[in-house]
Design a protein around this ligand. Structure first.
Ligand SMILES: Cc1cc2nc3c(=O)[nH]c(=O)nc-3n(C[C@H](O)[C@H](O)[C@H](O)COP(=O)(O)OP(=O)(O)OC[C@H]3O[C@@H](n4cnc5c(N)ncnc54)[C@H](O)[C@@H]3O)c2cc1C
Length: 470
């Protein structure tokens, strides 16, 4: 066994770990980066990027099919599943290559392949070949698909995000378990590519929504296009045929029973932090009753130990830009420990690239104290530019503090909300109130004008006199 020592040990070479490493280097510390799986990051290999590539193909097919209202006839739209998946992989590989080039550029003796586990509060072993003594450590081990007990009988047939982009071609039919962000993105894309997709969920969640009005609208629009069954009771979930097929029998709340066979089953049932096999209990760090590390989101530190967490593993905000930010916070604090800085976090921003799009900005409806909040809203069903483009479906609600009309959050379902959500996130970050936001320019005709409608609605509902003529 090789004995090594370093100032900063980083476990996991994903987005968070790579970002932490940069900080250790910048602050002139020695570092070692340990990775147990393939390099390239979840985002580029099996996450954000290939899913957006699949969605891009799906939207090309969808746009080709929806020309009629504009007087455009397309006689036949044929989806070549092999070509779709080939482009997804080719572009994905190009993106992964950029990450691999970065990793290959690192000093070879500072990157170690293998599974890291804690031996004690100052030592980690990597497989059975290396022991590393560290001054401080950043744990950035990511998350993995979580498979609920219901799906145990078909566990070995389930496709997760780890395998789906390796499909050689598209299947005829898919049982998609889950109705969260990742499930909706992948399921809508497959549907638009001609796959028969049935979404199943024993609960009533739909994406990330907690605002009943926005959720209702999203439910109406999405169920017009997609076969979504929520609050189902599974009666049978079993393997079917020799290949990857499954049979599912489920009962809906209205008592109807469905019995269907699918060529593939896809799990979009959530992700859980990768803690298994880390032996965290040996690291002398604070853990909750389920064995998850308790970290301060402003420092990413575990208690007062020289051990920090970052990214999906930390369990705060499992999103790419947050993984990168947490990596920076954890890496810097690990490098300068015991000098630990508290950093204020971004305004929360989560987006799903469905169409219409989905976004939650700042405080979600579930976080609000409704007595202290004014809500303004806009329907996109008749919004000018959205109607011009034939994408006029959606509803957005914006929340402001009653006291001074400072913007605090929004739940959004509508056209191009990936962009309008950013405008709101920036406005909230700058502490703008409704009048200040209304005092900013809105070009015409753009979907952003929908935000202005919601802001005006909010101000009208406040009963307060505007501080300008906006
Ligand atoms: C299908 C899908 C789509 C997504 N789309 C988006 C999106 O559009 N926008 C967005 O913001 N986010 C999206 N996400 C989430 C985003 O991908 C993650 O938040 C982000 O990649 C997390 O980065 P990370 O560094 O925490 O983890 P990872 O990149 O997973 O890195 C963790 C690394 O740690 C390694 N590791 C684990 N255990 C050990 C160990 N014991 N020893 C050594 N190494 C170990 C793993 O092999 C892995 O390489 C998506 C995720 C999925 C699955």
């Amino acid at each position: 066994v090789q004995e090594r020592s370093t100032d900063v040990l980083i476990i996991g070479a994903g987005t968070a770990g790579l970002s932490a490493r940069k900080q250790a280097e910048r602050l002139g510390k020695s570092w070692i980066l340990v990775e147990s799986g393939p390099h390239g990051t979840t985002c580029a290999r099996v996450g954000c990027m290939p899913s957006k590539l699949l969605i891009a193909a799906a939207n090309a097919a969808h746009d080709a099919r929806r020309g009629a209202p504009f007087g455009i006839e397309v006689s036949e739209v044929r989806v070549d599943g092999r070509a779709v998946m080939q482009r997804v992989r080719a572009e994905r590989d190009r993106l992964v290559d950029f990450v691999l080039q970065d990793v290959e550029g690192l000093p070879a003796d500072s990157t170690i392949d293998g599974h890291a586990r804690f031996v004690d509060a100052q030592t980690v072993s990597v497989d059975d070949h290396t022991r590393i003594r560290f001054g401080s450590a950043v744990i950035a081990t990511g998350a993995s698909p979580w498979i609920p007990g219901d799906l145990e009988p078909i566990r070995d047939r389930l496709t997760t995000n780890e395998q789906i982009f390796e499909w050689e071609t598209l299947p005829q039919s898919v049982a998609l378990f889950g109705t969260g962000l990742i499930a909706l993105e992948l399921g809508q894309a497959l549907h638009r590519l001609g796959v028969r997709v049935v979404f199943l969920n024993p609960f009533d969640d739909l994406g990330p929504f907690s605002d009943p009005v926005v959720k209702d609208k999203a439910c109406g629009v999405l169920t017009e296009e997609l076969q979504i069954f929520r609050e189902v009771e599974y009666e049978t979930i079993e393997a079917h045929g020799d290949d990857a097929g499954v049979r599912v029998v489920w009962r809906c709340a209205d008592g109807t029973q469905h019995d269907e066979v699918f060529e593939r089953a896809v799990a979009g049932t959530g992700r859980r932090p990768n803690l298994d096999g880390l032996d965290l209990e040996r690291a002398d760090v604070p853990l909750d009753e389920d064995g998850r590390p308790i970290s301060d989101p402003t420092t990413m530190q575990l208690g007062d130990r020289p051990i920090f967490v970052a990214g999906d593993m930390a369990g705060h905000r499992p999103l790419l830009h947050e993984a990168s930010h947490e990596g920076r916070i954890a890496g810097k604090n690990a490098a300068q420990h015991p000098d630990v800085d508290a950093v204020s976090r971004f305004v929360p921003l989560a987006i799903a690239f469905t169409s219409p799009g989905i976004a939650i900005v700042g405080q979600a409806h579930r976080d609000l104290d409704l007595d202290d909040t004014i809500i303004g809203e806009v329907s996109y069903d008749d919004q000018g530019r959205a109607r011009i483009m034939g994408i006029n479906q959606g509803h957005v609600r914006i929340y402001a503090r009653r006291e001074d009309l400072t913007l605090i959050g929004a739940e959004m379902f509508g056209p191009r909300v990936e962009h309008t959500a950013h405008l709101l996130a920036w406005a909230i970050s700058c502490g703008l109130n409704v009048d200040q936001a209304l005092g900013l320019p809105f070009y015409h005709p753009v979907v952003e004008e929908g935000l202005r409608t919601a802001l005006r609605d909010l101000r009208n509902r406040s009963g307060q006199r505007p501080s300008s003529d906006a």
